[in-house]
Design a protein around this ligand. Sequence first.
Ligand code: PHE
Ligand code: NA
Length: 451
Amino acid sequence: MSEVAERWGSRRAFIMAMTGAAVGLGNIWRFPYMTGENGGAAFLMLYVMFVLILGLPVMMAEIAVGRAGRRTPMQALSHLAVNNQRSPHWRWIGLMGAVTVFFILSFYSVVSGWSLEYLFDSVTGRFAGQSGAVIGQSFEGFLADPFRVIFNHTVFMLMTMTVVAAGIGGGLEKLNNVLMPLLYIVLFVLVGYGATASGFQDALAWLFTPNLSVITTSVVLNAMGHAFFTLAIGACALMAYGAYMPEHQSLPKAVLTVAVLDILVALLSGIAIFSVVFSQGMDPASGPGLMFVTLPIAFADLPGGSLWLGAFFLLLAMATWTSSINLAEPMVAMVKSDRMSRSQAAMLVGGGVWLVGLPSALSFSTLKSWYLWGDGNFFDVVTTVPTDIFLPLGGALIAVFAVWVMDRDEVFKALGGSNALCQTWLWLTRWVSIPLVVVVLMAPLIKSWLT
Ligand code: PHE
Ligand code: NA
């Protein structure tokens, strides 16, 4: 359990690695359909608010713990706890995080598989010149085919585990460096297309004019869960990356940069996707298929549309790849031991995640009506419960650890900002962020007791 020696090659590399983990399906696939299902601008407003008052402080706490501990999450937590004369049991936060990312990765891989399928479909020109209705049906047809869905899920898991087996290293840094700028370019092109579409004004109104009357406890809970999901926090996954953070770098600045880049990707995809939704008279609340149906429509009639669409799905696949590598890292780090090599651990974890992904892959065909919770099937439950409940819970516990268990000087040093900034962070985390998570998590319970 000694300290890790590796560091990210540069300040920029660390920011890129964190952005790689943060930017993924959460921004491009999950954000638009959640916004659509939760009433539009009000959800966007809550989500941005949660990113600022919960996400930023918790993200700083999580990475600071990793940076101060310089070990894998469970080891870092018990090492720091014991050094502060506290119980090593704090390390179970790391286990809870690993279980949470296990379930998240299981569906993340399935949906990333959808985008691999769409990558091939778009470059082969399958959508060119097709009508919205045909494109919508072809998505449903694809989801109803267990063999194709499972095949793509398998390919994606193999891609992820190959990198994780090799360990975080130069390859990932370079990938992130090229990928991010390209992704922004393609998103700007998409928004440019959106601006010429007839539904553009409606899309802007839907996204930016909040109707506060749609806000319910479940909208608030969804917005909080999404803030944690999109920033990749609450499951000790970024903690694992924090262990490699260079010595002389200010954490608050890095974290702010990542959050801004992450929000920007969500906004750009939201504008592009809702422009199509309103131009085509589609239902914003049509669920997880939203991105896969709208974007092929956007490009269907454009010259060179198949190529742009292919470029988009390629970049999306790469963005989800860097996120899934981050999702897998804490589990592999945990399972790896003296008797089990990194590759063996990656195989074991990958196999487990692949298996648990199968019911998600089949949730649109064979297991469609296998209801686990009310009218929610496996996919519905696995895409909400870990995100809405376990990420905020884990994030709050990590924050408690940073502000109540760790020594003040120790955590301030790991944050690396000015003293005033550190004091503000401490105050905000103790008296605003942690209580707020507790209140939002309890709200649905309290409400159900009252009624
Ligand atoms: N932040 C990633 C996304 O938005 C998902 C993720 C969640 C990654 C939790 C790591 C940990 O797609
Ligand atoms: Na994200």
